[in-house]
Write a new protein. Structure first.
Length: 252
């Protein structure tokens, strides 16, 4: 495993557990304690983790994992999810899109589309879609989160509240039957919620690592989601609990 990949996975593990000790990380990744300490120093310099006496915890200023850390994780599954999502464009004239790596993979597939209007608060998604002149792209303004390249705040929420959306394609940090769809960033969660309130249909795109995870702020309850598209690694028990919330689930 390359060092960058290992550092990305170390951060993911710490985020998932809140904190981890050096010996546990060393055993998990098959490297020495000294190697783990050097990796944690890199993450600490980036203000993503705080070192403790025996390990590390998420940094006090942590809102979300940087997009660069998330892009390469579970890429094969994210692309399968994106292709499954494309099947739900039929009949849609206006779609909404949040940020997130899986939604970004879905955006790549829109470069061949014609006649769609896209409303989004994700600047990277908007800029990417401009390569297709047959698309109309509307993007929300506001404070830009460097971790996700999404705009947040009242201006973004008010902007999204002005548009009627046929289908919203949403990326989230956690999907749980009881807690619903959640994000690490409360401001981002509020913007996503504003988009969903204007959508006739809501589709959540989340790889299996997000299923069963509960992040800080709720975007919406599962009863507000029409369809969850995830991959086959998701635990069967968790998927069944989500389906009991009247949410359709597609496994790819």
């Amino acid at each position: 495993m390359r060092r960058n990949q290992r550092i990305h996975q170390i951060l993911s593990a710490i985020v998932a557990h809140g904190s981890l000790e050096v010996p546990e990380l060393a055993e998990r990744f098959g490297v020495s304690h000294a190697t783990i300490r050097r990796d944690l120093e890199v993450l600490e310099q980036q203000r993503l983790v705080s070192r403790t006496r025996g390990g590390a915890t998420t940094h006090a200023a942590f809102n979300d994992m940087p997009l660069s850390y998330k892009t390469t994780q579970d890429l094969v599954e994210k692309r399968r999810i994106a292709h499954a999502a494309r099947r739900h464009l039929a009949g849609a004239r206006v779609i909404g899109m949040t940020g997130g790596t899986t939604v970004t993979e879905f955006a790549h597939l829109l470069l061949e589309s014609d006649g769609l209007t896209v409303v989004t608060n994700a600047l990277n998604v908007a800029l990417h879609l401009l390569d297709n002149p047959r698309l109309r792209v509307f993007t929300a303004g506001g404070e830009v989160r460097s971790s996700s390249q999404e705009t947040v705040g009242h201006s973004a929420e008010e902007f999204l509240a002005e548009y009627n959306v046929d289908v919203a394609f949403v990326g989230v940090d956690g999907v749980d039957a009881s807690a619903g769809c959640t994000n690490y960033d409360p401001a981002g969660a509020r913007v996503n919620a504003a988009l969903l309130q204007r959508a006739r249909k809501t589709i959540v795109l989340a790889d299996a690592t997000k299923i069963g995870r509960v992040a800080l702020a709720q975007v919406c309850p599962m009863t507000s989601v029409d369809l969850l598209i995830t991959d086959e690694r998701a635990a069967e028990a968790q998927i069944e609990q989500i389906r009991e919330r009247d949410c359709e689930v597609t496994l790819v």
